[in-house]
Design a protein around this ligand. Structure first.
Ligand code: NAI
Length: 464
């Protein structure tokens, strides 16, 4: 048994970042993780492995579709799926190993095993009970279940199984046109699977800017994905090798439709995960959606117990968890911890990428706010054209009509996930679109499209 200033439960991006910040503040820190490797869902079975597969299959797409026109002749590469998976595992290993190094470097103890909290101030791991002045719960989330759909991670899979299929399926049905469905659907479409996405809503990525939703769906359709929109999946019947997905269109709920698939990916959202911690016995309050309820300083109702990341309210994003991890460490260390929830970017790592931040045009209009919208198409951006990623892409900036202050932005196009951060910084500084427009942007870069959209909020873009 050991005694700590802080014990963090869960070593995902929220937990491990929090541990590092606690250690930097001079707090004696331990992190509990039951998985064999650190990094949580993000590094092991989420963001990182999916980005490796997205990169590899994007390269394949380039070889198949664009090499010829650039004068790169020869046979297209064939896919060695096992090699691609071992490349993905290698990327994961490098990153999880990196976190282990950071824990050692910062003198953070890794308590290996699954934690429970027998009482405030105590964390039990295996047979050992440790003392902790402060406990941070950062146990993340798991895929949520869908009635009538039993996941076996072989034929009917969540993102976890989809990252490790034994072979590339001929036919894949994806349930849910959210971030996971579209990223992994893209991967398999590029690998040659016939991918059909069944989505309950009438647009992809619910809640996103409407122009982006429309443009994004068109681009994905061109890449070979088929969409069945306004359709509720009612059940999946699976055998050892195949599955039948039953759904009904909202406009004809009495007619049952059926899709055949070799693999079904269930991507209908995730739910907070805090099983086995003993929160109920401790009297820790949960929200109606089963998340741990916290105040603005990530305190639960039980003194000395904090919670951050996917297990509490807010977008289930690694970077939101990281920000909360740093902020809660600051609070525990007696400093001021702050997260600006109004400026948390969201990125979909397809090709092209999609990135958003702040308020959408529709939400602001619904509020009755007077706004200006500046938009610039990547078709007029020289660099985007040179890399075959101009079509259908744009930058859109929304500002307050009177003050010109940036309220939100949406980008679909090359490097969108990086470009969005110029606008995040601008928003953090309360900048106007004119501030961005007056900033010199290197030529030729994708970022010129951001400047042009900012110019479009004023007297007009130059290249349109
Ligand atoms: P999601 O909430 O983004 O999308 C789920 C979709 O499934 C919704 O469009 C919903 O309308 C649809 N749906 C639900 N029930 C349905 C039914 N019965 N029939 C048809 N459609 C149905 O959830 P997703 O994609 O599973 O992602 C989970 C979480 O992980 C999200 O919070 C997401 O932000 C996060 N994530 C983020 C990534 C990123 O930042 N790049 C990557 C992967 C996940």
């Amino acid at each position: 048994m050991a005694s700590y200033d802080v014990i963090i439960i869960g070593a995902g991006p929220g937990g491990y970042v929090s541990a590092i910040r606690c250690a930097q503040l001079g707090l004696k820190t331990a992190i509990v993780e039951g998985r064999e490797t650190l990094g949580g869902t993000c590094l092991n079975i989420g963001c990182i492995p999916s980005k490796a597969l997205l990169h590899a299959t994007h390269m394949l797409h380039e070889a198949e579709h664009n090499f010829g026109s650039m004068g790169l002749k020869g046979k297209s590469p064939s896919v060695d799926w096992n090699q691609m998976k071992s490349y993905k595992e290698d990327v994961v290993g490098q990153n999880t190993g990196g976190i282990e190094f950071l824990m050692k470097k910062n003198k953070i103890d890794w308590l290996k095993g699954w934690a429970s909290i027998p009482a405030a101030g105590q964390v039990k791991v295996g047979d050992d009970t440790h003392e902790a002045k402060n406990i941070v719960v950062a146990t993340g989330s798991v895929p949520s279940s869908l009635p009538g759909v039993e996941v076996d991670e072989k034929i009917v899979v969540t993102s976890t199984g989809a990252l490790d299929l034994p072979k590339v399926p001929k036919k894949m049905v994806v349930i849910g046109a959210g971030v996971i469905g579209l990223e992994l659907g893209s991967v398999y479409a590029r690998l040659g699977s016939e991918v059909t996405v069944v989505e309950y809503m009438d647009a992809v990525c619910p809640g996103m800017d409407k122009d982006v939703q429309r443009g994004f769906k068109r681009i994905l359709e061109k890449q070979g994905l088929t969409f069945i929109m306004g359709a509720a999946v009612q059940g999946v019947e699976a055998s050892k090798t195949k599955a039948k997905v039953k759904y009904a269109l909202k406009k004809t709920p009495e007619i049952e439709e059926v899709l055949d698939a070799d693999v079904v990916l269930v991507a209908t959202g995730r739910k907070a995960y805090a099983d086995g911690l003993g929160l109920e016995a401790l009297g820790v309050k949960l929200t109606e959606r089963g998340q741990i309820a916290t105040d603005s300083q990530w305190r639960t109702n039980v003194p000395g117990i904090y919670a951050i990341g996917d297990v509490i309210e807010g977008p289930m994003l690694a970077h939101k968890a990281e920000d909360e991890g740093m902020a809660v460490a600051d609070v525990i260390g007696g400093k001021h911890g702050h997260v600006n929830y109004g400026v948390i970017p969201g990125v979909v790592y397809t090709t092209p990428e999609v990135a958003t931040v702040g308020a959408t045009e529709d939400a602001l209009k619904a509020e009755g706010r007077k706004i200006k919208v500046g938009k610039f198409n990547f078709m007029a951006n020289a660099r985007a054209k040179a890399v075959h990623q101009a079509e259908g892409g744009f930058v859109k900036i929304i500002t307050d009509k009177e003050t010109d202050r940036i309220l939100g932005a949406a980008i679909i196009g090359p490097g969108a996930g990086d470009l969005i951060h110029e606008l995040c910084v601008a928003m953090e500084f309360g900048a106007s679109a004119e501030d961005v427009a007056l900033t010199c942007h290197a030529h030729p870069t994708y970022s010129e499209a951001v400047r042009e959209a900012a110019l479009a909020c004023g007297n007009g873009a130059i290249h349109s």
